[in-house]
Design a protein around this ligand. Structure first.
Ligand SMILES: Nc1ncnc2c1ncn2[C@@H]1O[C@H](COP(=O)(O)OP(=O)(O)OP(=O)(O)O)[C@@H](O)[C@H]1O
Ligand SMILES: [Mg+2]
Length: 253
């Protein structure tokens, strides 16, 4: 399998405390990789460095052999309330990355309509973010991230601020987008059921200094549905993840 994202020799410390030291990792093409690990092990820091939101101390990240500057990425933040531009209507939030990329108004219009149709959006996109529900805002945030056809979509606990009903809806929406677009996705989730349910691979991280404890494949067929959560393969994989996780959190406790 060829790597889509290749991380080599990544090091990062905060205030003299080593988080990553000479860390290597590959993320596969056209797969959903979930990142799971103890609190504070550096999941957000990792994807923030890969996506260029945070500088590395040293190391290299390549996307299909290209640098970040030559790669289109999308990022969905945990806190959608801070992520959307409150002064822009929902529709203008979605259009924003296309405007930044200096697309023509015809292209922007066409892409926006395409997104609206593929997400089957029924609510009024001429409303401002504060006029929308949490789930609707996070949907806008995901549509905005997808607008420029990102090669990689990063999601840091994207559903953790949503209620349960909306979380279930959004998980399936994300899965449907993945099945249609096959966009490589890197998902940080603190919910093990969610991490496994959505993933092709689950990347289990250790405590700091952070390493990959194990990478576990989850090959249940898509679309995954409620009955996936009670299937044998799901429970076996979740059990493996839980074992690794528990060993990790025992190390220092
Ligand atoms: N800007 C910063 N300055 C100093 N320390 C930081 C900074 N950002 C993160 N850290 C520290 O680095 C470690 C990793 O943080 P990070 O947010 O990446 O963890 P995480 O795995 O995403 O945690 P969580 O599960 O709580 O979301 C933590 O110990 C955190 O305190
Ligand atoms: Mg985090």
């Amino acid at each position: 399998m060829t790597a889509h994202i290749q991380i080599r020799g990544l090091s990062k410390s905060f205030a003299g405390q080593i988080l990553y030291s000479n860390f290597d990792l590959d993320f596969p093409h056209q797969k959903i990789t979930s990142i799971f690990g103890p609190n504070g092990c550096g999941k957000s820091t990792l994807i923030n460095m890969i996506s260029g939101l945070l500088p590395m101390d040293s190391g290299q990240v390549l996307f299909d052999g290209k640098t970040l500057e030559k790669t289109v990425i999308g990022y969905v933040f945990q806190n959608y309330r801070d992520a959307l531009f409150p002064w822009k209507k929902a529709i203008d939030n979605i259009k924003y990355p296309l405007q930044i990329a200096k697309k023509s108004s015809a292209d922007i219009e066409a892409r926006t309509q395409e997104l609206i149709q593929s997400f089957d959006v029924r609510f009024d996109l001429n409303r401002y973010p504060y006029e929308l529900s949490g789930g609707q805002q996070q949907l806008i945030s995901i549509m905005r991230a997808l607008a420029p056809y990102p090669e990689v979509l990063f999601l840091d606990e994207p559903f953790s601020a949503l209620d349960y009903e909306m979380t279930l809806f959004m998980r399936d929406k994300l899965q449907a987008i993945f099945e249609t677009t096959k966009t490589t996705m890197i998902l940080v989730s603190h919910d093990l059921d969610e991490a496994v349910y959505l993933a092709d691979h689950i990347l289990m991280l250790t405590r700091r200094p952070t390493r990959v404890a194990q990478e576990i494949a989850f090959t249940a067929p898509r679309p995954r549905q409620t009955n996936t959560l009670t299937s044998e393969i799901f429970n076996v994989v979740k059990g493996q993840c839980l074992d690794i996780f528990q060993k990790e959190i025992k190390v220092l406790s």
